[in-house]
Ligand binder design. Structure first.
Ligand code: AKB
Length: 330
């Protein structure tokens, strides 16, 4: 698994001998709880504060502090950072691609105004700040096969527009003010915990629906190829990148991925585990989003600069998901 291996270099925060104190926003989304587990294992439970505006349903899943934090309330954020001596901020709050299109004004507030708050906060208190970006930060004018680290970005969703905005603002604050801004563009992230409102969600839903009901109706066409990765790889990329020394970083925004597949390819592999699985296709507006996104994501710069390497390939990912979903949800 993931975890700090080189203790002298990466176990602790480079500015002192103590571990960093970390605040995670949007902590109850697809990535937050698992991310907190990994960071707590490395830095201690009490040093990683998970936050959200929603109430956790099962506190048993949380091994350390959980607090209310509204990213639209700047003073509230200041108070949390000061009172808890925060060093690093991991900013997961966002409306994803499909749900963003359903409520653009809310997406503008959460994804753009929220980002303004956390980036100012990070500047004011000298925090290292991580913001995830996405394959959704590309659009119909971007090369799709492969999509390099630096290329045309003209996304057609509010989610994509807000992520390009975050990338550019973060790079700008880095150059202008020396802010330690770090950003990874993730592909579709696959975990047994359900995501909320993305275009790549089908690749999670098929495991839940398939194991429970032996059938799944897919909202994307069978040949829609998209980049994907398993959550453990996503979080180990995040961990490794957060701990990479500044000299290794030739840029502040990197593509990372593990594989690409189509619904048809995924379902064929899932059927090896669930032979009586019935698949139907009923494409909706999410197809139009997927049509403008990368098919093959070029993450060679991350691999070269700070040693990014995925562990889960396609077959391993499917086997692991069957296991995870059976253990936790069936
Ligand atoms: C989405 O589909 O919106 C997200 C993403 C790829 O950023 N999963």
């Amino acid at each position: 698994g993931v975890g700090a291996t080189d203790k002298t270099q990466s176990r602790f925060h480079d500015r002192s001998a103590r571990p960093p104190r970390i605040l995670i926003t949007g902590g109850l989304g697809q990535l937050g709880t698992e991310c907190a587990k990994l960071l707590r294992k490395n830095y201690g439970d009490e040093n990683v504060i998970l936050s959200d505006i929603i109430k956790p349903t099962d506190d048993g899943l949380l091994s350390g502090p959980f607090i209310f934090a509204d990213i639209l309330d700047f003073k509230g954020l200041q108070k949390i950072v000061v009172n808890n001596r925060i060093d690093w901020l991991i900013h997961f709050s966002a409306l994803l691609s499909a749900v963003g299109e359903q409520n653009v004004p809310l997406a503008v507030r959460v994804n753009i105004e929220g980002l303004h708050n956390v980036i100012e906060l990070a500047k004011q208190y000298n925090l290292r700040i991580f913001v995830p970006s996405t394959i959704g930060a590309f659009g119909p004018d971007s090369p799709r096969n492969p999509t390099p680290n630096v290329t045309v970005q003209r996304p057609r969703t509010i989610y994509g527009v807000s992520k390009v905005h975050a990338e550019l603002l973060g790079e700008y604050y880095h150059h202008k003010f020396g802010l330690d801004f770090r950003c990874l563009r993730f592909p579709g992230v696959i975990s047994s915990d359900p995501p909320g409102g993305g275009t790549t969600d089908y690749a999670v839903a098929v495991f839940h629906e398939g194991l429970l009901h032996k059938r799944y109706e897919c909202y994307l066409e069978p040949h829609t190829r998209l980049p994907m990765m398993y959550i453990d790889d996503c979080l180990s990329a995040l961990f490794q990148f957060l701990n990479a020394p500044c000299e290794r970083l030739h840029r502040r925004v990197y593509n990372v991925t593990a594989m690409s597949f189509t619904p048809e390819e995924l379902f064929a592999e899932v059927k090896k585990h669930i032979p009586d699985l019935q698949i139907t296709y009923n494409p909706d507006s999410r197809q139009n989003i997927a049509n403008t996104w990368p098919q093959i994501f070029d993450d060679s710069e991350a691999r070269r600069d700070w040693g990014w390497k995925h562990e889960y390939d396609f077959e391993r990912l499917v086997a692991r998901m069957i296991q995870d979903v059976s253990d936790n949800y069936i």
